[in-house]
Ligand binder design. Sequence first.
Ligand SMILES: Nc1ncnc2c1ncn2[C@@H]1O[C@H](COP(=O)(O)OP(=O)(O)OP(=O)(O)O)[C@@H](O)[C@H]1O
Ligand SMILES: [Mg+2]
Length: 375
Amino acid sequence: MTQAPDPGMTLQRSSRDPDSVRAQLTAWLATVLPDGADPEVVLHSGVDANGMSSETLVLDVVAADGGERTTKEYVARVAPAAEDFPVFEHYDLAGQRRLIRTVGELTDVPVPAVGELEAIGSVLGTPFFLMERVDGVVPPDVLPYNFGDNWLFDASPDDQRRLQDGSVDVLARLHAMATADLDWLDPVGQGHDGTTALARNLARTRSWYEYAARDIGRSPLVERALAWLGANLPDTDEAVLCWGDARIGNIMYRDFAPVAVLDWEMATLGPRQLDVSWMVFAHRVFETITGLMEMPGMAHFLREEDVVAAYEARTGVTLGPLEWFHVYNGLQWCIVFMRTGARQIHFGEIERPAAVEDLFHCRPLVESILDEVGA
Ligand SMILES: Nc1ncnc2c1ncn2[C@@H]1O[C@H](COP(=O)(O)OP(=O)(O)OP(=O)(O)O)[C@@H](O)[C@H]1O
Ligand SMILES: [Mg+2]
């Protein structure tokens, strides 16, 4: 998920002492690598520009491998701790790793090769897994890429378009993946019932809202959206693999082409419109902010009609209206801001606002979409 894009804002996460992390990882690696590997860990700084809902550690492992010492470059994805106000109610780190591996096996969508899983939390306090460190760049979230002064904003319109089309192509390829072995991704596995995958996803989102409201209070805006969504549920039982947090801010690119699709924590089974809407909506959230700040933004980029046309041309599938999915996705952004807001209040970074909705950076956008649909 994305970080609230306030200029100059920092968000508290658990602070770790690099020396102890290095020692803990070294001792653990000695137990998982072959005898005599004699691993050494070099810890680089964490990742700041993107990444909020989990922690990402960047490390090298130097170890004996067939007679010589070699260096391998990794990233460790670490599950959030309960005391750090996690964004999500459920967090299935082992499931993320399993899904990345499956996507790598069943599609040609680029994903990092995954390595060892520490599933217990006995090394770093919460579970983590290693994955190959990919060389590439990610469109920044903080400050958002459409604020300017970064490689994507400064690129030629052709290169921007190449990046956009390549990203849409990632969705098309994921949605075509066989889902026979993915039943475990269905929200029913977490006890969320409904007659279709979409209904079960909505049930899970309701439960996520209740979880967020326990810390920060209730939001009339979210409840208005939930009521409309429940009353207007699209009649579809499609259940393709949806990536979930399907934003360009979760893709690494080289030369404007995807080289790694990251961040699988929101993956689910459901209608493909979930992902297509999310890709467009995430950009609209950033455009709303530049609009309010009277900055130029990137109005020509990730426009709904272009994304939909590219997706339909690539897949032959007609998407139909995306409104319901925009409301649903806007609602999820609001819940994320409820969680990140609760965390900031808890760590003394901001005062508790008069209304929960004051925390929603996407508020004007969500309100205008709700007005448009007559919610
Ligand atoms: N395999 C990898 N190779 C290189 N860099 C990586 C890799 N995985 C993650 N990163 C870096 O870490 C950042 C955050 O990763 P990711 O998006 O998976 O985490 P997150 O905490 O879920 O993020 P967010 O919630 O903000 O979307 C990426 O933007 C990228 O810079
Ligand atoms: Mg991310």
